[in-house]
Write a protein that binds this ligand. Structure first.
Ligand code: SAM
Length: 282
């Protein structure tokens, strides 16, 4: 029987035996708390019916728990040095494949023919690009349950008006419903990260939350509105010449929507941005 890696003693032993040195450049902070591992898998709602993509299995602590709960696990790990370690730590399971690749270069549609769920303790240096790749993918991804930096989780599920509300909030809201399911302190990892972490679950919508005439225009508008947060929406957006919207046009559009002409971008909902975009592209 392979030892459970959720016990930190076993993690340390495996790392020593294999003379493994943590690589900062790959964001390697391994989970060493069994309760957190269980909470992630339970929060993701994994059952024996589910196929799961894990990004960055490390030495396999979360992978082991996923193998117990899921039908099948496909784990994509960039670090070649971890592959022989994973072969050992996962040798008890015949429902797992480890792929040595960069997730950013992986064709997600090819991973499973049917629907699958994503579960991961993400490397923090590349969290947003990975989450956006998953959300924008045409692969049949049902949900994404991931450990991220606490601050990033808060930006993903922020409400309008606050400092956390911005481009990331609206990009996530367009594709998914976000819910923080656990807060995780640094001492649950080895080595300890400098920041606190949180597990967030993103349930992908079958249709986007709003249907502007041009989603591309709406997101360019959103980026312009938040590029200078302290400015009013009219000033920030009219400064972006590529959008071609004059102050007068923006003022008329806000009035048509019943919004204050001195409003800042952080007060607008995704629906407001969609409506504003439609007026400006009409
Ligand atoms: N899942 C393990 C755990 O919870 O203990 C390890 C999590 S660690 C925060 C992140 C993992 O992602 C590391 O194993 C790292 O080597 C891997 N990784 C980093 N960048 C990656 C990438 N672009 N593609 C795939 N894996 C990556």
């Amino acid at each position: 029987m392979t030892k459970k890696l959720s016990d930190p003693k076993n993690t340390i032993e495996l790392i020593k035996q294999n003379q493994f040195a943590f690589k900062k450049k790959f964001g390697q902070n391994f989970l060493i708390d069994g309760r957190v591992l269980d909470r992630i898998v339970q929060g993701a709602g994994i059952t024996k019916e589910d196929d799961v993509l894990e990004i960055g299995p490390g030495i396999g602590a979360l992978t082991q728990v996923l193998c117990e709960a899921a039908h099948h696990v496909r784990a994509v790990e960039i670090d070649r040095e971890l592959i022989p370690i994973l072969e050992k730590s996962l040798s008890d399971y015949d429902n797992v494949d480890v792929i040595n690749a960069d997730i950013m270069d992986t064709e997600l549609r090819d991973l499973y023919p049917g629907p699958f769920k994503v579960v991961a303790n993400l490397p923090y240096y590349i969290t947003t690009p990975i989450v956006m790749k998953l959300l924008e993918s045409d692969a049949d991804i049902e949900s994404i349950t991931v450990m991220v930096q606490k601050e990033v989780a808060e930006r993903m599920q922020a409400a309008p008006g606050g400092k956390d509300y911005g481009v990331l909030t609206l990009s996530v809201a367009y594709h998914a419903e976000a819910e923080i399911i656990a807060n995780v302190p640094p001492n649950c990892f080895m080595p300890r990260p400098d920041v606190s972490s949180a597990v967030i679950k993103l349930r992908r919508r079958s249709e986007p939350a709003v249907t502007p005439r041009s989603p591309d225009h709406m997101f360019r508008l959103i980026r312009a509105a938040f590029s200078q947060r302290r400015k009013t929406l009219i000033n920030a957006v009219s400064n972006d010449v590529s959008l071609g919207a004059s102050k007068a046009e923006l003022e008329a559009a806000l009035q048509e929507l019943g919004l204050d002409t001195r409003i800042r971008g952080e007060r607008l909902s995704l629906q407001d941005f969609s409506d504003l975009s439609d007026i400006l592209t009409a």
